[in-house]
Ligand binder design. Sequence first.
Ligand SMILES: Nc1nc2c(ncn2[C@@H]2O[C@H](COP(=O)(O)OP(=O)(O)OP(=O)(O)O)[C@@H](O)[C@H]2O)c(=O)[nH]1
Ligand SMILES: [Zn+2]
Length: 189
Amino acid sequence: MARFDSEKIEQAVKMIIEAIGEDPNREGLIDTPKRVARMYEEVFQGLNQNPKDYFATIFGEEHEELVLVKNIPFYSMCEHHLVPFFGEAHVAYIPKDGKVTGLSKLARAVESVARRPQLQERITSTVANSIVETLSPHGVMVVVEAEHMCMTMRGIKKPGAITVTSAVRGCFENDPASRAEVLNLMIKK
Ligand SMILES: Nc1nc2c(ncn2[C@@H]2O[C@H](COP(=O)(O)OP(=O)(O)OP(=O)(O)O)[C@@H](O)[C@H]2O)c(=O)[nH]1
Ligand SMILES: [Zn+2]
């Protein structure tokens, strides 16, 4: 279990404020270290969560066809710059042996994986792998679409550029027609 050290974050934020040449004691900034510590505790709370835990909820339903939860909004923090990237995740799986999980658990898994210093690719593959490892389904497809603030507000400055990542497991791997069908359902608005 990761330990969250609010005091250390407060000290660090105060140092950053000083290092950029600002006055940490002026009225608008005096509570900023505390606020940032509270915010980080919230946006990094996934560090204390295991996405696989959510899939303990299983209904013995013999549905061996597609289940897709799409347009799951998420916010994450790019691990290179610690600025946000955000967008939507689409999670599909084909259950096996009655291992059907609660729909909200797919969204909870996305949330827990996103709320850490992250890479978009890792969010995508971690969500897919945790479903494979817990539900042993016929197949899983996860697609994530996101805009990275490190590419919009700084650096290359390309607002509107969207990164799309996918993770494909099981029966979808060798079946381009099923993959295309699910992808079409996922990205159709
Ligand atoms: N693969 C991947 N790259 C990411 C993600 N988020 C941010 N990046 C990239 O991480 C890279 C870090 O590159 P560096 O050259 O180390 O850092 P930098 O000098 O700040 O890079 P620039 O953004 O090009 O200015 C950049 O190309 C970012 O666009 C992500 O989720 N996945
Ligand atoms: Zn970045």
